[in-house]
Design a protein around this ligand. Structure first.
Ligand code: BV8
Length: 222
């Protein structure tokens, strides 16, 4: 068995940086209708609303700072062989020093032109009128994986899971697939699974440590 740790993070790892989670009591999906702002159908119906939703999140993300959980994961990767997969679309892992982060749901700081199919770094607001810097067409969307769209890097993720000696899920409710299925895939291959979360999400793991990520992740890493 290799000595490779595969880590999956979710919104809980960025909660203490001030970025909202989705399904907690005041989470994003209690304020917005997911089908209107996080599906291709919603974007087709009202692209302006979707741009407003992601523009606000992009600004919050750029105003936020990594917390000790992000920093601890960057430290761990300097000591051990780690693959860091995140469902999060913020760049706090990178800003804490993590490298080669696998963003399976895309990134707030990237845009995708539907006219020329180019993807590019993007830190400003987007509107339906914003011209693509590559082809000048106003056809830019957030480079985010919406519900019903295929997550990015699935082959790379599958390969990483197969060679893992430990699978760790941090700050995720385990509600969204295919990410929510990784723990069962790991355990079916005999790979031990650890959950680090505010509270248990339902007994799918071999072990768990519970509390705020900014405390329990550094405690686990050190
Ligand atoms: C797919 C956009 C096929 C980015 C997101 C009908 C049609 C099509 C698909 C489906 C369908 N029905 C079901 C599906 C599958 C669907 C799905 O799973 N739906 C769910 C709702 C049932 N999945 C998809 O559509 C995916 N695509 O299936 O394509 C396919 C698949 C594989 C291979 C080929 C083809 C696409 C899923 C991605 C959708 N995009 N968002 C954005 O706007 O951010 S999902 C959204 O939920 C976010 O991306 C987020 O990352 C993700 C998961 O949420 P969490 O990160 O877990 O956050 P949550 O709030 O839920 O939980 C936070 C946790 O942290 C809690 O446990 C809390 O206790 C804890 N916590 C809070 N504070 C702290 C803390 N822990 C520690 N410390 C703290 N301080």
């Amino acid at each position: 068995m290799s000595n490779w740790i595969v880590i999956l993070t979710g919104a809980g790892v960025s909660a203490e940086s001030g970025l909202g989670t989705f399904r907690d009591k005041d989470g994003m999906w209690t304020k917005y209708d997911l089908s209107e702002v996080a599906t291709p159908e919603g974007y087709a119906r009202n692209p302006g609303l979707v741009h407003d939703f992601y523009n606000a999140r992009r600004r919050n993300c750029l105003d936020a700072s990594p917390n000790p959980a992000h920093a601890a994961l960057a430290t761990l990767a300097a000591q051990r062989s780690v693959t860091l997969i995140t469902q999060n679309v913020d760049d706090l892992h990178e800003r804490a020093g993590s490298r080669d982060v696998i963003h399976m749901h895309g990134e707030l700081t990237r845009a995708w032109c539907l006219a020329c199919d180019q993807r590019m770094d993007w830190r400003d607001d987007l509107t339906t009128e914003t011209p693509c810097p590559k082809c000048a067409t106003p056809a830019l969307r957030p480079d985010i994986v919406w519900f019903g769209e295929i997550p990015y890097h699935m082959e790379e993720i599958d390969m990483a899971l197969r060679q893992a000696s430990l699978f760790v899920a941090i700050g995720t409710s385990g509600e969204v697939y295919p990410a929510a299925g990784f723990v069962a895939e790991a355990r079916a291959m005999g790979i031990p699974a650890l959950e680090l979360n505010m509270e248990p999400t339902g007994g799918r793991f071999d072990d768990g440590r519970y509390g705020p990520a900014s405390r329990i992740v550094p405690d686990w890493v050190n």
